[in-house]
Design a protein around this ligand. Structure first.
Ligand SMILES: [Zn+2]
Length: 351
């Protein structure tokens, strides 16, 4: 038996490592305890009980894994918009920033362009739009639907571009990949590319719109998609992506291709999970574990079973420290208003 001491943020934690049959393995502790992490894609909404669960996840990550989970960007939820902003901010203890949200863009966007500046002034840090494949949302008898480049959406994107409102974790397609006929996802490749192309049209019209495209723009599921994503990022300098709910698909692409992509575009990739809400307190430690699996995949070259979702075996990417810093917090600090200030108020020493 040996002892390993980690000193992070003034807290001394002692992890006991047993050789042989063990209760805690050495790999259960991050090698980067000093890097704060921000999850930019969460759906805690204004559920105060769920917010307290997030704080518990943070405590577990710190105690068990030496991980500094610093903040969350709250995108609301399809069924639960953030109505109690002040309560959420208070319960978040400086660690939660909120976005306004619209989860049915196909019915017309919820917020009028001229009211967007007011939401920014109130402290919301972005506008989350869900405009994924509406074949799952069509009402019986309804045919056809507007794509994200529909002219009706134009005034909103123009206003956001003008006032610098972040297009936060916008969802514009569902994953299309080589995993058979999982009908809940997007099996039709033509439909998939129509949606991606419609999104391209929006970015062409609004080159100054600051965007975080959710789920890697759902373009991390095949090597060819990653090539297209490289092209999009090279073409549109204000386009960024989050990694929410993408980890379980990493085995479907070539590890070296994904790794070189992450390094090449480290300035444009943000950590995210798509974590939601839960009420059962026994689930809290599982959520901490799911977070840590994602961190292991990015930080080590070990095989991890499952990302935030799924149970696929994934060989880690062992990304360099400077890349991890950008993905974990520096890009979020650059893109969203209030992140830098919040990190400083929380006592993190950041550049
Ligand atoms: Zn989401």
């Amino acid at each position: 038996m040996s002892y390993l001491a980690n000193i992070a943020n003034g807290l001394l934690t002692i992890s006991i490592i047993f050789t042989g049959a063990s209760c805690l393995q050495a790999q259960d502790t991050t090698s980067f305890p000093e890097i704060p992490r921000i999850d930019v894609h969460t759906h805690v909404a204004d559920d105060l009980h769920a917010i307290s669960n997030y704080h518990k996840v943070r405590e577990i990550l710190k105690q068990n894994h030496g991980v500094e989970m610093a903040m969350w960007i709250n995108l609301g939820d399809r069924n639960k918009p953030i109505n109690s902003y002040n309560e959420v901010i208070k319960a978040g203890l400086g660690r939660i920033l909120c976005c306004i949200s619209d989860y049915s863009a196909h019915d017309g966007l919820k917020y009028a362009p001229n009211e967007l500046p007011t939401w920014l002034e109130r402290g919301y840090v972005g506008y989350k739009i869900w405009a994924g494949p509406p074949h799952r949302r069509l009402k019986p008898g309804q045919e056809g639907y507007p794509y994200i480049d529909d002219p009706a959406h134009e005034p909103t994107f123009a206003k956001m571009e003008k006032i610098g409102m972040v297009c936060a974790s916008i969802h514009i397609a569902d994953p299309h990949g080589p995993w058979g006929n999982r009908t809940e996802w997007l099996p039709d490749s033509v439909e998939y590319w129509k949606e991606i192309t419609a999104w391209r049209h929006v970015l062409e019209k609004h080159p100054d719109l600051v965007v975080v495209s959710a789920h890697g723009m759902w373009s991390l599921c095949q090597d060819g998609q990653i090539d297209y994503l490289r092209n999009m990022l090279a073409t549109f300098p204000r386009l960024n992506i989050d990694l929410a709910a993408t980890f379980q698909y990493f085995p479907f692409v070539t590890r070296e291709n994904l790794r070189s992509f992450m390094i090449e575009y480290a300035d444009r990739i943000l950590f995210g999970t798509d974590v939601g809400r839960w009420t059962d307190p026994t689930e809290t430690s599982q959520y901490a574990r799911r977070y840590f699996r994602c961190f292991q995949i990015l930080e080590t070259d070990r095989v991890t079973k499952g990302g935030f979702f799924g149970q696929n075996e994934i060989k880690g990417l062992a990304l360099p420290k400077d890349v991890l810093e950008k993905i974990y917090y520096k890009n979020a600090m650059r893109i969203y208003p209030g992140v830098r200030q919040s990190l400083q108020q929380l006592g993190y020493s950041i550049e």
